[in-house]
Design a protein around this ligand. Sequence first.
Ligand code: FE2
Ligand code: FE2
Length: 165
Amino acid sequence: MPLTTPRELFLHELADAMSAEQQILKMLPELQEEARNSEVREALQEHEAETRQQVENIQEVFRQFGETPETTTCLAMQGIAAEHQALHQEEPPPEILEMANLIGAAKTEHYEMAMYAALVQLAKDLGEDDAAQLLQDNLDQEKAMAVRVETLAREMGQQAIGARA
Ligand SMILES: [Fe+2]
Ligand SMILES: [Fe+2]
């Protein structure tokens, strides 16, 4: 697909977001399994349901534009997934793995926030207010999840450090 207009860039970024969300859906079950703390597990389970809705919102935006997503791989999310796998090779104890997974989750949410903030702005600039609203819904969920995982990361960190003191 050519990439010469703001509209084409929007569709390109939207396809990238779709790939990011699909990769996240593949990662979440493993992260849920590794979660030792019930609040962490719950947050990840709730976010899986939200992520499915986010994918539907993206599909709806493609429909509104009368387009289908190009096949693409979000390389940033692939990198975050690779970091998660690399960490396993260091064989961290469970409480350290829990902290590392929450840090990885926070990185993911901030990437998604940047992704959706750009898409919301572009949709508005293109005069596509319905699309902007759907993407704003996704952005709001990512922001809430970022706060949630950062809070949990702080709590898990304090517990782990307290247990060693
Ligand atoms: Fe997401
Ligand atoms: Fe997210």
